[in-house]
Design a protein around this ligand. Structure first.
Ligand code: HEC
Length: 126
């Protein structure tokens, strides 16, 4: 019986320490820059909510093939002189710029390739 109580106490102890580890991990996740939130807040107005472009060009891997990722980070932080692309070095840190660059070089969840495939099919049927 006393053996069982001991076991019980041990398992309660390990569960609570697991909970502490979990909440610390959740806190770390919150501290990470969130690319989609950063994008929506700073970039979507000009580059489109779905990155397909508006006043600014589309920010999708297909468009950015000619631009190296390090150059994109540079554009984000320093802007493009004599264009509407503003510098973000006073609002974003290097880490956030890197996160955003990674984000815009990742394929869009909305899959513009699907749209292109559809229009190609239409073109071939005429
Ligand atoms: C006020 C409008 C505006 C905002 C806000 C804006 N951009 Fe731009 N951005 C532009 C324009 C216009 C260009 C095209 C500049 C040019 O002609 O070279 C551009 C160009 C770029 C380019 C280079 C694209 C290429 O093909 O060379 C990148 C990368 C970029 N923006 C990322 C961002 C990111 C990331 C944000 C948010 C942090 C952002 N932009 C916010 C207007 C904007």
């Amino acid at each position: 019986m006393s053996k069982l109580t001991c076991l019980f106490a041990f398992s309660v102890n390990s569960v609570s320490s697991a909970a502490i580890v979990l909440s610390v991990a959740a806190g770390a996740a919150l501290a990470q820059p969130q690319p989609d939130r950063l994008y929506t807040e700073h970039c979507a107005a000009c580059h489109g909510a779905d990155r397909l472009g508006a006043m600014g060009p589309a920010l999708l891997p297909e468009n950015l093939a000619r631009l190296r990722r390090a150059e994109a980070e540079q554009v984000i932080l320093q802007g493009r002189p004599a264009t509407q692309m503003p510098a973000y070095s006073d609002k974003l840190g290097a880490e956030e710029a890197r996160t955003l660059a990674e984000y815009i070089y990742a394929p869009s969840r909305r899959c513009p390739n699907g749209a292109r495939r559809k229009s190609a099919r239409r073109a071939s049927s005429t």
